[in-house]
Design a protein around this ligand. Sequence first.
Ligand code: ZN
Ligand code: ZN
Length: 274
Amino acid sequence: MFKQNLHTHSLYCDGKDTIEEMVQEAISRNFDVLGFSGHGYCSIDTYSMPFDKMEKYIQDVQQAKEKYKDQISIYLGIEQDVLGKRFEKNDPFDYIIGSVHFVNVADQYLAVDMDKNTTEKIVEFCGDFLTYAKVYYEEVKKIAAMDEVDIVGHVDLLTKFNEDESFIRFDNLDYLALAKECIDELIKANKIFEVNTGAIARGYRKSPYPHKTLLEYIHQKGGKILLNSDCHNRFKLDCNYKESLELIKECGFQSMMAFDGKKFVEKDLDEFGY
Ligand SMILES: [Zn+2]
Ligand SMILES: [Zn+2]
């Protein structure tokens, strides 16, 4: 049975644990693959890694990779914000996650995932949620042109505070059209989508990103996926993995992508067990 998480934060950015603590936790939870993905430098946010910190992060992950190589495969990744520094793959990163955390409205950058209040503010500036969605998905589309990016992070993050559908109904056709158009672009560019359980771990959502309707669409369109916990706290390293695997099966998928150290390979869902 195979168990993987490629979206992991640590004390180097906004996570709660050291690299070492995270690796030990992954081993105790029978992970085969643990990839770190610290927030790459982005001048807009306060939690991403400045360059001096990043050097230490790289060193720390590489040391853990060597130290624990007989017990678990550790990989070095980075979560690159569309507005942040662009990184090069294999220099020294094994893989790159591309994410949108901010939108530019009324001449300021506001965080998509900050809190309900900020989301309300963004909607107010935009006029309505659909206009916000248009602005957001235009940003996410930029990831399609970033050749260095392997995985699209939390593709519908803008719905983080929409569990009660107070901003938009998840079956709103105009909303879905915007999301699907973006997904089409990303599939064309061969990006892998993550099923991301991070908001469940923090109590904001009951189901992972992307919403089931969009996950079904990704499947219909032949898109590839993998499961990540966007872990900021080691005790949530495999949060909702079992339930999400069921959801992935319900959406029609028969495989997920696994990282083998050099490339992403397709693995049958039967090989994943949580
Ligand atoms: Zn993120
Ligand atoms: Zn993240």
